[in-house]
Ligand binder design. Structure first.
Ligand SMILES: [Zn+2]
Length: 92
């Protein structure tokens, strides 16, 4: 089977993405895109703003996560996290 024949749109990933984001992310392990340090998301420094949340690395002050709610959209910028590892919790 050719790769083009296996391709689906993003809706096919809906179930996997629901499992990813419908959990407590603070227990996840975030690797900083700035210094490479890894620590639980709950240990990052929260610089909340009126528009949302900004989480920074305690070691190098790199912005790791931005979360805003604007115009009916929840917008998440994870570009400052090199890797986000979440505990694999079995479905109940
Ligand atoms: Zn860092």
């Amino acid at each position: 089977m050719l790769p083009e024949e296996m391709r689906l749109d993003g809706n096919a990933a809906g179930g996997a993405l629901r499992e990813l984001f419908a959990r407590d992310v603070t227990a996840g392990l975030a690797t900083c895109g700035g210094c490479g340090g890894a620590r639980p998301v709950g240990a990052l420094l929260d610089y909340g703003t009126p528009l949302g949340v900004v989480l920074r690395c305690p070691d190098c002050d790199h912005v790791m996560l931005r979360l805003t709610q604007v115009g009916g959209w929840l917008r998440v910028d994870l570009s400052g996290i090199a890797i986000l590892a979440l505990p694999n919790v079995p479905a109940s």
